[in-house]
Write a protein that binds this ligand. Structure first.
Ligand SMILES: [Mn+2]
Length: 414
């Protein structure tokens, strides 16, 4: 990805910083004690502001007397380490990727920061919502150290600066997410061309093979492959039941590309044909999704979109005789219809009326446990000044399209 995006992103953070303040952003939130850190998670905010995917680096932004500076600390080349984990990025590569011209080595970090903080007493840190509790979180450890050694420093939670900035996407981010969605589309086609009676994890493997083959850099979240009654559990991830002919299977999945996520749900008949009853519920969900889409625009909240859907469900479920009172909808639909998507699948966002440039999910569902039916249809949509735009419209979802595709593409590879 081009450094221009990360330069714009840093400016959005710097613009929000108070004068005479420093922001220190660590790259990693280690989730393992493995000495070679083979299991780690890059801090999405660090990536957002730098474009760098190295796990020990530290980004520093300063605003002093109205003048901003930015510098980044990286690992120095280490011949022995490089035999194990490969080369770190060089200074030149970091400049090229991030656009940050002042690149320093990590062994200078502590002394540099101490001298900066002797004059400046406002320090932003990217503290997680859990505050200072996580012992494996480098930011939390650093915050403790500062509190002990430099008690006059005022620690501010800089997370909300990122929350504000990440609520609206840049065109480059939208493009990256579109590419992730297309890889997910191929993975879903690969499931459809192999669908049949087998274990849920076996169907899932057709998605895995395809997204890897087509160049995804990761997954947005662990895949949900839930057949029959399993689909009525929203976050079922065991994926170890036999998917039986006659049942539906719900997939909630997404590849990610350069950290940007896609988040798609589809529900398919194992034997390639929806029963009349399944079709009835499926089309209620599908039409609900279209209704939410028509109402998704600048100024509305995701909560209001959900209320529109619930109202529609009340009418429809009474019409088909599933419920008698409006309040009974919550027995069959029990989640929200939308969340922001970006570097995180459930992205950092401000819960304000939708703005131009936000990307959100549109994911109505219906879960009828007594009939072994769970249906969710989820697409990713972009809010523009002229209403919403489908970003995943190429992914099959009409009943006829799905049935025809299964019939005509048996055993094809995507
Ligand atoms: Mn979702």
């Amino acid at each position: 990805m081009d450094k221009i995006l990360f330069e714009k992103n840093r400016k959005k953070i710097l613009d929000q910083m108070e004068d005479n303040s420093i922001f220190v952003i660590f790259s990693n939130k280690t989730d393992s004690d493995d000495i070679f850190k083979q299991s780690y998670n890059i801090n999405r905010n660090f990536f957002y502001a730098s474009g760098i995917l190295e796990y020990e680096d530290i980004l520093v932004l300063t605003k002093i007397n109205g003048k901003t500076t930015e510098f980044i600390y990286i690992n120095e080349y280490d011949e022995f380490k490089s035999l194990w984990v490969g080369d770190y990025l060089t200074k030149e590569e970091v400049i090229e990727k991030s656009g940050i011209k002042d690149v320093r080595y990590l062994n200078n970090f502590e002394s540099n920061i101490s001298s900066l903080l002797s004059n400046i007493n406002k320090l932003y840190l990217d503290l997680s919502s859990e505050g200072l509790s996580d012992l494996l979180d480098k930011t939390a450890l650093f915050a403790r150290k500062i509190k002990d050694k430099l008690p006059y420093v005022n620690i501010l939670n800089g997370r909300k600066l990122f929350t504000h900035a990440r609520t609206v996407k840049e065109p480059e981010e939208i493009e990256e997410m579109k590419k992730a969605i297309e890889i997910t589309n191929k993975g879903i086609k690969n499931i459809l061309s192999h669908i049949g009676e087998m274990y849920e994890y076996q169907l899932e493997s057709y998605f895995d093979k395809s997204v890897k083959y087509n160049g995804a850099t990761g997954y947005a979240f662990p895949t949900i492959a839930a057949s029959g009654k399993n689909a009525t559990c929203l976050h079922y991830m065991k994926n170890n039941s036999l998917a039986k002919n006659g049942d539906l299977i719900l997939f909630d999945l997404g590849s990610s590309l350069n950290m940007y996520c896609s988040d798609i749900s589809r529900t398919f008949p194992i034997n390639g044909k929806f029963s009349e009853r399944q079709k009835l519920f499926y089309n209620i969900v599908l039409n609900g999704q279209k209704l939410v889409f028509e109402n998704a625009k600048v100024g509305i909240t995701t909560k209001e979109l959900n209320q529109i859907l619930i109202k529609y469900y009340a009418v429809e479920l009474k019409r088909i005789g599933l419920i008698k009172e409006d309040g009974e909808v919550s027995k069959y639909y029990y989640h929200g219809v939308s969340h922001h998507i970006g570097l995180d699948c459930h992205d950092l966002c401000e819960y304000t009326p939708l703005k131009e440039g936000s990307i959100i999910s549109n994911e109505p569902g219906l879960y009828i446990k007594e009939e072994n039916i769970g249906i969710r249809i989820e697409d990713d949509i972009l809010i523009t000044k002229n209403g919403a735009v489908w970003l995943s419209s190429q992914i099959l979802k009409e009943v006829d399209e799905i049935e025809d595709f299964i019939k005509n593409n048996k055993s094809k590879e995507f």
